[in-house]
Design a protein around this ligand. Structure first.
Ligand code: ME8
Length: 646
């Protein structure tokens, strides 16, 4: 019998780049809770997906010289893409929504029209500061030091005809909702929303764009595309079939029980999302939980600090379950946490290899050695057992109490307290001493039974964290299906008294910390592979390549491109030559003026971002911290422009 429905979501990911360990953290947290609820007997619906529209994707696709659809298809469906990553991480989502899916597009058009028809969307002109990477308009008062308050990057003035959503109309009911005290967690985020956003006055929200195309068209006003956040937030409803025929369980699962979101998007989920739902007359989600960020050395994720943040590499090296466990055990969900390779390895060694893996393997080995693998335990109690038996019997209650309040870290800690207690019990009871005295064999059987039983209860409760490992552990313990359940976890003694163990592989091999950290460092900064020399070319072929010394007359960034710099070059001909080069990330344009470089002049002209590029500047490519770094070839300034290289 189901305990009722439980609908949980992750944010839908923005596929502008490959996902890193921070994104993985959020999805693993949601998956852990979803698995926990399933284990408790809820009818769980777990939705995740990708948020694929917007200007940033359009720009990235242009730079990659593919269509936006091809661009997102590759990151979502392609090798080592979003779907592959969730498979690798053993994410148990029931559904995956892409905002480019036809049914979602149709629903959004209907939703937009519905809000327009009921008078909550009107046409106006937007004038304000816009952050392109975040796709967010900001008021002057919201800017921090004149920059985007979310990402800290520069904003630009933007003005365009646009539709507006009457967010201001919903300020009061949204504030009331926030003040219920259960809608938004952790509670600290409630004040932040009210004081920073509602009290200063909610302004109407610009909900359409005309300055780019990659979005869902407003069907009654071609030229406008729906603001990406309107499109994205409604995924939680369209993914269940709201205003579409693709799914038909909206009535069953809505309202969502939990939206898990990162702290920077709490504003969208706890203010804009409820207001839009009020506008279309749908019930409020029951809870928004704003989790913290994984940081690297106190700052945002990037590879430059020498830590590996590629979840593929980490999962392949240590195993999916070890990585899942680390993410959930190391950091409390509501706060920020500092990621480091050292913390990860230390957790694996201390908790998984030692406290858990070693206890399991020692216990199973002793049952094999002293009882040929099969126990007959009469379970006569001894005061020495009370503490362990008591702790293990009541573990489920403590665990449940934490899990029901998003205490994934605290719940895992409770489990490991019992495992530590069991390790201590091994020392206290000294089974190897009992084994020397044949009369103590019944006592030895009880001790080993208690250990197996404590382990079994812990393994039941670790299933949401480490699903595959727990199956292996159950097999070694010899736990039948019936005692792998939530119900059986509160019952010390559910394991059959004549249990037969099956010795298996070590669950988590110990890692040599020093050696491993060094290897990880090398993986992040690989020595350049000696590339094989290309096949010979004739001297005549080489001579066809017109390589010249050029001097930089001027250099500037290409508007709307993060990569390109535009050079005006003296090539000795008397007429400046224009070349575009994708090195903006590595040089400041002003630092290059006057430099002596090398260019190939006789390559066919190319158009890049609508501008001509007549030739190519030579540079060397180096991999640094997993990213390509370009170094321009620079020559002695004494060499005049126009000289040929030979
Ligand atoms: O925000 N630590 O997508 P997104 C923890 N498309 N969480 C992190 C993180 C880190 N270092 N970096 C990112 C979007 N995240 C929107 C959502 S929902 C209708 C639309 C989390 O791919 C981040 O906080 O930029 C967010 O919750 C999620 O990854 C997706 O981020």
């Amino acid at each position: 019998m189901s305990k009722g429905k439980f609908y949980i979501t992750t944010p839908i990911y923005y596929p502008s780049d490959k996902l890193h360990i921070g994104h993985t953290y959020c999805t693993v947290a949601t998956d852990t809770i979803a698995r926990y609820k399933r284990m408790c007997g809820y009818d769980v619906m777990f939705l995740t997906g990708t948020d694929e529209h917007g200007q940033k994707i359009e720009e990235k696709a242009k730079e990659a010289q593919v269509t936006p659809q091809q661009f997102v298809d590759n990151i979502v469906e392609g090798p080592k893409g979003v779907k592959d990553l969730w498979k690798l991480m053993n994410i148990s989502n029931d559904r995956f929504i892409r905002t480019t899916d036809d049914y979602h597009v149709e629903s959004i058009q209907r939703i937009f029209k519905k809000m327009y028809d009921n008078g909550d969307i009107y046409k106006g002109a937007y004038k304000g500061m816009y952050c392109t990477p975040c796709e967010s308009f900001w008021t002057e008062s919201q800017l921090v030091d004149g920059k985007c308050p979310d990402c800290g990057r520069p904003v630009r003035y933007a003005e365009e005809e646009a539709y507006f959503f009457k967010l201001s109309k919903y300020a009061k009911p949204v504030q009331d909702l926030l003040e219920t005290g259960t809608f938004l967690e952790p509670a600290s985020r409630v004040n932040e929303m009210i004081n920073n956003f509602i009290k200063p006055g909610l302004e109407d929200l610009c909900v359409s764009r005309t300055s780019f195309k990659w979005g869902i068209p407003v069907d009654f006003d071609p030229g406008h595309v729906v603001y990406v956040w309107v499109d994205a937030l409604f995924n939680y409803a369209t993914g269940m079939g709201y205003l579409n025929d693709r799914y038909d369980d909206y009535d069953h699962y809505w309202p969502a029980d939990v939206h898990m979101v990162g702290k920077e998007i709490v504003r969208f989920h706890s203010i804009i999302w409820p207001a839009m739902l009020m506008s279309v007359g749908e019930p409020m989600p029951k809870k928004v939980f704003g989790h913290g960020w994984l940081l690297l050395d106190g700052g945002k994720m990037s590879k430059s600090k020498g830590n590996v943040v590629d979840p593929y590499l980490l999962a392949e090296r240590y195993g999916t379950d070890a990585l899942r466990y680390f993410l959930m055990r190391e950091f409390p969900l509501g706060s920020d946490g500092n990621f480091s390779n050292e913390a990860l390895i230390s957790r694996i060694n201390t908790d998984l290899a030692n406290d858990f893996g070693n206890l399991l393997s020692r216990t199973v080995s002793m049952v094999e050695k002293y009882f040929d693998g099969k126990l007959i335990a009469d379970r006569e109690s001894d005061p020495l057992d009370d503490d362990l038996v008591g702790m293990a019997s009541s573990l489920r209650d403590r665990y449940e109490n934490e899990m029901d309040h998003f205490g994934t870290q605290a719940a895992a800690t409770e489990v490991f307290k019992v495992l530590s207690r069991a390790n201590k019990y091994v020392d206290e009871t000294a089974p190897w001493v009992l084994a020397r005295d044949p009369e103590k064999k019944p006592r030895l059987a009880t001790v080993l039974y208690n250990l197996l039983e404590a382990l079994r209860i812990c393994v039941v409760l670790l299933q949401p964290y480490m699903p595959d490992t727990c199956v292996k552990a159950f097999e070694q313990i010899g736990a039948p299906e019936a005692v792998r359940t939530w119900e059986s976890a509160s019952e010390f003694g559910a394991l059959p008294a004549d249990v037969a163990v099956v010795k298996g592989d070590t669950l988590f091999p110990r890692i040599d910390m020093e050696k491993e950290l060094e290897e990880l460092e090398n993986l992040n900064n690989p020595a350049p592979a000696a590339e094989p020399v290309l096949p010979d070319v004739t001297i005549d072929d080489f001579a066809k390549c017109d390589m010249r010394v050029v001097k930089v007359l001027s250099c500037e960034a290409v508007k709307k491109s993060k990569k390109l710099l535009k050079f005006s070059l003296d090539d000795g001909s008397g007429t400046p030559r224009q070349i575009l080069s994708g090195i903006a990330a590595f040089y400041k344009p002003e630092d290059l003026v006057g430099k002596t470089l090398v260019a190939i002049l006789n390559l066919p002209n190319r158009k890049m971002m609508g501008q001509d590029s007549c030739g190519m500047l030579l540079s060397a490519v180096k991999e640094e911290n997993g990213e390509e770094k370009l170094h321009l070839l620079m020559l002695d300034d004494a060499i005049p422009a126009g000289y040929r290289l030979c």
